[in-house]
Design a protein around this ligand. Structure first.
Ligand code: N01
Length: 514
């Protein structure tokens, strides 16, 4: 794939200036770039630390990687994919879709790849963001962090892990040079990534130990290849794609009541998962080991038809004793058992509520996002704006995650909000907008009140949805169309604004070189 490589050089005056700086070129950043372009907001740059678009779908190349949201819903509404080969797509097909959309969009000329943001600070006098990257400085009127929640691998703090002499890697940084054939392998973790990895590698390794801290609920995966006739229909009848998308969307929304208000309504799903487990694992001991002890939905509901059969294989052991230490060639559990391994795969998730990106962004009083969220936890207004951080619009921000549907829908809602914010700033000649603390407090009180009855808060599990204070700062507690409505227009009354004459028009961008 050929992608334009831009120069970051701002010329003799130093930093390059752009009106809008988008950080990240995954679904969110790329989607924002395309929609901004379509809306006539052409003055933007996208900086991306990787060498191509795709974000999490570029990074997660582990064997078996696939989406657990149906393909028809897992695409931009403005770029429907008529070529999906199956009902739940694999990573290569999703990444190919993202690449194709990027290439056809005409926005790659404003992408800077292999460029990592190392800091961003609001300059109150000039009313601009001063952003540092590993390829030089950039200034921007507006920044749009679109780095996603699942981008920074979380590595387990296990005694001795740094002394492991074999190969060790995180699920999202798969080492394709390591041939697992005939090796003794350990996988730590039994989340959404691990349950796809385990069946994909169990048949080729000599032995596999699956270290399970908490057993997940696993439902059948209604995945199948589309027939030739279906593919033809999707390709040639645009209405089919729209209809399928609407059907999947509506079906998924029926889970919201159970997830957010009446967790007992999820009982049929839990019964289905129990039946799935009973049918796929005959050994009562193994079945007991992998039976969850919390309510379904509390953690992400997983879907797989081949995870349990993989666990039941002769060459696979599920280890539930806590890990005591990792040695040069083995893992030792609390009961003293030592299991030798050649390769260690950590499928232990991501820094979601404590992303390193939060340490890099400094607002009006010089505090970082991490500092401003340290006490109250990650919170924002409509998942997008944060007091003390003017002209910053987060995509996939606080409480925008979902337990039931497609993040692409949420991302598009947030993009609507950003586009209307920019249009409002243009129309009303505003140099900056900064959300006021009161609407943020009101919004978050509503969120937390809604979440208090949710299965994520009451279902008896620990999960990455909750932060270190036990607050759910990641999930949206309602229907996705409620979020779409909330973000349809930019409500400028919730913001402190500064007119252009008081700042931006007077700024001397050449000072940005200093
Ligand atoms: O990560 P996770 P993931 N010692 O955080 C365990 C999305 N996704 O990469 O449950 C031992 O879910 C941890 O144990 P516990 C999806 O949104 C989507 O699997 O905390 N174990 C858990 O079992 C998903 O939710 C797709 O007790 C340790 C596992 O590691 C998100 O990504 C596919 C440990 C981590 O599970 C993250 O999924 C894949 C330790 N020190 C992922 N630390 C799609 O299909 C953690 N664990 C779209």
């Amino acid at each position: 794939m050929t992608q334009a490589t831009q120069s970051i050089d701002g010329g003799p005056t130093g930093a390059r200036h752009t009106r809008i700086l988008i950080i990240g070129a995954g679904f969110a950043g790329l989607g924002a770039a395309i929609r901004l372009d379509q809306a006539g907001q052409k003055d933007f740059l996208v900086v991306e630390r990787g060498s191509e678009v795709g974000g999490t779908w570029r990074d997660n190349t582990y064997p078996g990687a696939a989406c657990d949201v149906p393909s028809q819903l897992y695409s931009f509404s403005f770029a429907p994919n008529r070529e999906w080969s199956r009902s739940f797509s694999g990573q290569p097909e999703i990444q190919a879709y993202i690449r194709k959309v990027a290439l056809e969009s005409g926005v790659l000329d404003r992408h800077l790849f292999d460029t990592e943001v190392t800091g961003a600070e609001w300059d109150a006098a000039a009313r601009i963001w001063r952003v540092e990257t590993d390829r030089g400085p950039i200034t921007a009127d507006v920044v749009v962090p679109a780095v996603g929640a699942l981008c920074e691998p979380s590595l387990p703090a296990i005694t001795g892990i740094e002394d492991f002499a074999g190969t060790v890697f995180h699920s999202s940084r798969w080492n394709h040079d390591e041939d697992l054939t005939g090796k003794r392998v350990a996988v730590i973790g039994t989340g959404a990534s691990a349950i796809q990895i385990v069946p994909a590698i169990a048949g080729k390794v000599a032995h596999l130990d699956v270290y399970q801290r908490t057993a997940p609920w696993v439902l059948p995966r209604a995945d199948r290849k589309y027939t030739a006739i279906e593919r033809l229909a999707y390709r040639h009848l645009p209405g089919m794609t729209r209809l399928a998308r609407a059907g999947v969307y509506a079906l998924r929304e029926t889970q919201v009541l159970g997830l957010t208000r009446i967790p007992s309504a999820l009982k049929p799903l839990q019964l289905a998962a129990q039946a799935h487990l009973r049918m796929q694992i005959r050994d009562p001991q193994l079945r007991a080991k992998v039976t969850p002890d919390f309510q379904i939905g509390c953690k992400r509901m997983l879907i797989s038809n081949n995870y349990y059969p993989a666990l039941a294989r002769e060459n696979v052991d599920v280890v539930t004793d806590p890990i005591r230490e990792v040695k040069a060639h083995s893992i030792v559990t609390a009961d003293g058992t030592e299991r030798e391994i050649d390769v260690l795969i950590v499928a232990t998730g991501f820094h979601v509520t404590d992303s390193p990106m939060f340490d890099l962004i400094r607002g009006t009083d010089g505090s970082t996002l991490a500092q401003s969220w340290d006490v109250a936890g990650m919170r924002g207004y409509k998942g997008t704006t944060v007091p003390g951080f003017p002209n910053m619009f987060f995509l996939v921000g606080p409480n925008t995650g979902l337990g039931h549907s497609s993040m692409v829908y949420m991302i598009e809602s947030q993009i609507n909000y950003v586009i209307d914010a920019l249009a409002t700033m243009d129309r009303e000649k505003l140099a900056s907008v900064e959300v006021r603390p009161e609407p943020v407090a009101q919004f978050n009180d509503w969120i937390q009140q809604r979440l208090s009855t949710s299965v994520w808060n009451t279902g008896g599990c620990a999960s990455w949805y909750l932060d270190k204070h036990g607050n759910n700062t990641t999930l949206w507690p309602g229907h996705t169309f409620q979020f779409r409505n909330a973000t349809r227009t930019f409500d400028v009354t919730a913001y402190d604004t500064v007119p252009v004459s008081a700042g931006a028009a007077d700024r001397n961008l050449e000072e940005t070189a200093s």
